[in-house]
Design a protein around this ligand. Structure first.
Ligand SMILES: Nc1nc2c(ncn2[C@@H]2O[C@H](COP(=O)(O)OP(=O)(O)O)[C@@H](O)[C@H]2O)c(=O)[nH]1
Ligand SMILES: Nc1ncnc2c1ncn2[C@@H]1O[C@H](COP(=O)(O)OP(=O)(O)O)[C@@H](O)[C@H]1O
Length: 201
């Protein structure tokens, strides 16, 4: 379970899309949200866009592995698709805030690898929010005000990267994935393999 978090606008969605496009071994966790769809976003691909009533019903039915309020909207990770992907042996990528990352760590412990993405500077963050051109001035200002709260949680993450250059950031996340996939503890079939190797010697 690979978790990416950052203040809004730092670039985690851009990095996540690239990783997902290039690596069949990892599936996205597509969150449900009550926020309005942005231009260029597809319902069911970027998010499942739902109303507050639907979100509340799903929450009360226990459909969410975790959920949180971010910038006055509800966001939640549904349990079933994540469990299905993991059961198929695929990794799962989560784009969630610090609250979601904490909840996933509580639920899955060592199975969670978390990466915090920092912007190079406050100015760059604001420029990125503005050039994304998806949010009103008010929304950009609200997201800038929320950035320090999100950044304060960087110490809770396993890895931290400063997103200067998208290609380099994608490469860094790929390296993290590659190394984490080689962790001995994650190789469930390895014991049998080593035993048969030893038997050949
Ligand atoms: N806890 C939680 N946070 C989420 C979820 N989905 C998205 N978020 C976070 O909500 C915040 C706002 O997301 P969004 O409105 O897409 O804005 P963006 O981060 O600027 O792209 C980001 O920090 C996301 O990582 C979720 O299912 N659970
Ligand atoms: N390294 C980078 N350099 C310049 N612009 C970037 C970089 N990474 C992302 N961006 C741009 O910044 C904006 C915000 O990126 P996005 O991935 O939507 O951020 P987040 O998901 O963290 O809110 C987008 O317009 C994106 O193209």
């Amino acid at each position: 379970m690979l978790v990416l978090s950052s203040p809004s606008g730092a670039g985690k969605t851009t990095i996540a899309r690239r990783i997902l496009d290039e690596d069949e071994g990892i599936a996205p966790s597509i969150s449900h949200t009550t926020r309005a769809k942005r231009k260029g976003e597809t319902n069911g691909k970027d998010y499942h866009f739902v109303g507050k009533d639907t979100f509340s019903q799903m929450r009360d039915a226990g459909d969410f592995l975790e959920w949180a309020v971010v910038f006055d909207n509800y966001y939640g990770t549904t349990r079933a698709p994540v469990e299905q992907a993991l059961a198929q042996g695929r990794d799962v990528l989560f784009d969630v805030d610090w609250q979601g990352a904490a909840a996933l760590r509580d639920a899955a412990g060592e199975d969670v690898v978390s990466v915090f993405v920092l912007p190079p500077s406050a100015g760059a963050l604001e420029d990125r929010l503005k050039t994304r051109a998806q949010d009103s001035e008010d929304v950009v200002a609200r997201r800038m005000r929320g950035a320090s709260n999100e950044i304060q949680h960087w110490v809770e993450y396993d890895y931290v990267l400063v997103n200067f250059d998208v290609d380099k950031s994608v490469e860094a996340v790929r390296a993290i994935l590659a190394a984490e996939r080689l962790r001995r503890a994650r190789f469930t079939g390895l014991k049998g393999f080593v035993q048969s190797l030893l038997a050949q010697l």
